[in-house]
Design a protein around this ligand. Structure first.
Ligand code: ISL
Length: 532
């Protein structure tokens, strides 16, 4: 086989560390907890974990407000625990990716504390400070992602500072060379410790237009869709200079790449496909994987999915490796978006597309969003824009049928899913019809069938209820046929697939070879191939 970087055929699993496994009874997940569960991930068939931020933080945004980029928050453990986690993961062939949050720090970071001391502070320019508008108001009309102005007044020094997110998350100034060097050193610090890569938070936000002109008003704004959508983020995001930053980070990663340990950079970027693919780089390489959220944005509809997949495949630059995401800690879970039967088909879709899939913890159990009782909401977004909060998708992982689901011996920081006594790892592992068993079977089939991970992708059908495509690697051809509707559907299989056997169905074992006509039950997905 040709040599490929490890991450091309890998499946990544996102761990939200507060919610995965608590080891000390404080109700908050931690690093030792993750280490204890590494065998679980290997058993499931995972190749790499991405852990949401674990650095010291006041937790205004649950770790996406970093107060020290080169240490571990005591709630999660210590650097010693981290080194142990990394060693234990590597011993099992698992890679570990951390979450780099470079657009903003915490307002408690010593850099910001120093920056706000005075206009002449040596760190003043490490953040984005502007004079007020002539009327004393904010310098422009930019809106924070969490609603409200993206500017906070600092009375002591008479200027506003920019914050694309909470006021507790001041934006770092990447146009300042010292700040830039200090942040690239953060990557070096963790790479030298052995981490295999980073997910880069809000990469497309990292540089703002030098003129700070007003953003245009969004003519299609729907009230209730989030106040940030009142304006288009034309001048506050996706500036040309952001690609120089991505290239600088890539150069650092490449500097640490060894034959056995190529480091991977994944950019979090919510942009239309044609803008997204620019993040692969141009004159200089950018990130390896600009996160592709097409499956999160899509309605559960064959025509729409086939169009989005085709468009994304066609937009990839030469050498640009695809990737797919079905859920994350910011978005409603797949089960709650499309339904439980449909989520099984969605898992088959995620794990049979060309490129690197990222699986969100709990999705292997078909975990749904959890309604959080009034008074228990903790996400700042919920407190600012009720109904838009992300707590429902961040609830603790249910491991077993015990009172606290094996997650903690204390009080879990967010409520468990009420169905945890029946929906948990222990129960599903023993159930041949469970989502867990299906997910594992998909991951094993994908591992043993290079056509499914790295093979080429060809659309066969994308209309009505049916989405079907071919995956091909050398002589191996695999047909994936997904019925997105609740009623049966029939499909004339391509001539090459006649005589193929079902390798896996989302519903039940099917073994009869298919002749001309493939019959799929409602919400059934099937993988057919020539393999044994
Ligand atoms: O989900 C989104 C896309 O529609 C966004 O609003 C998302 O919250 C935003 O793109 C950035 O998310 C990331 O940065 C935030 C943090 O709160 C999120 O958890 C993180 O994923 C600020 O660091």
């Amino acid at each position: 086989a040709e040599a490929r970087p490890w991450w091309e055929a890998a499946t990544i699993y996102q761990i939200y560390p507060r919610s995965f496994q608590d080891s000390d009874g404080d109700g908050i997940g931690d690093l030792r907890g993750i280490t204890d569960r590494l065998d679980y991930l290997v058993e499931l068939g995972i190749d790499a974990v991405w852990i949401s931020p674990i650095f010291p933080s006041p937790m205004a945004d649950f770790g996406y407000d970093v107060a020290d980029y080169c240490d571990i928050d005591p709630r999660f453990g210590t650097l010693v625990d981290f080194d142990a986690l990394l060693a234990a993961a590597h011993a099992r062939g698992l890679r570990v990716l951390l979450d780099f949050v470079p657009n903003h720090s915490s307002d408690r970071h010593p850099w910001f504390v120093e920056s706000r001391q005075s206009r002449t502070s040596s760190k003043r320019d490490w953040y984005i400070w502007r004079d007020p508008a002539p009327d004393g108001g904010p310098p422009n009309n930019w809106i924070s992602d969490f609603g409200g102005p993206a500017w906070e007044w600092d009375a002591a020094t008479g200027q506003y500072y920019s914050h694309a997110f909470l006021k507790e998350q001041p934006d770092l100034n990447w146009r300042n060379p010292e700040l830039r060097a200090a942040m690239l050193d953060v990557l070096r610090f963790w790479f030298a410790r052995g981490v295999d890569g980073f997910r880069i938070d809000v990469l497309w936000h990292m540089i703002k237009h030098a003129d700070f002109s007003d953003n245009p008003v969004n003519p299609d704004y729907l009230p209730g869709s989030g106040e940030k959508n009142r304006v288009l983020q034309l001048h506050s995001t996706d500036q040309p200079e952001v690609h120089d930053i991505a290239a600088d980070m890539r150069a650092v990663a490449d500097g640490f790449a060894a034959t056995e340990q190529e480091r991977v950079l994944i950019g979090e970027i919510y942009l239309p496909v044609e803008r997204l693919v620019a993040y692969y780089g141009n004159a200089r390489p950018g990130v390896h994987l600009p996160f592709n959220f097409q499956l999160i944005e899509a309605r559960w509809d064959a025509a729409e999915l086939s169009q989005r997949i085709t468009e994304y495949e066609a937009a990839l630059p030469p050498g640009g490796w695809p990737n797919w995401v079905l859920g994350n800690h910011d978005r409603s879970r797949i089960v709650s978006r499309v339904g439980e039967a449909q989520a099984r088909v969605a898992a088959m879709l995620l794990l049979t597309l060309r490129g690197t899939p990222t699986l969100y913890y709990g999705d292997e159990l078909a975990l749904a969003d959890v309604a959080i009782p009034t008074g228990r909401a903790v996400d700042p977004q919920e407190l600012r824009e009720p109904g838009r909060g992300r707590d429902p998708v961040r609830t603790p992982m249910p491991w077993d049928e015990s009172a606290r689901a094996g997650f903690t011996t204390g009080d879990p920081w967010l409520p468990l899913n009420p169905d945890h006594p029946t929906r948990n790892v222990a129960v599903q592992r023993d159930d041949p019809a469970s989502m867990w068993t299906l997910t594992r079977a998909l991951l094993m089939l994908r591992k043993n069938t290079p056509a499914l991970s790295v093979g080429s992708w060809h659309l066969v059908e994308g209309e009505g209820r049916l989405l079907a495509y071919e995956r091909r690697d050398g002589d191996t051809r695999v047909l994936v046929a997904l019925n997105l509707g609740a009623t049966p559907v029939e499909m004339n299989v391509p001539h090459w697939a006649a005589g193929c056997r079902p390798l896996l169905s989302t519903l039940a074992e099917a073994t009869e070879p298919v002749e001309g006509l493939l019959r799929l039950r409602g919400n059934e997905g099937m993988i057919l191939g020539t393999a044994a």
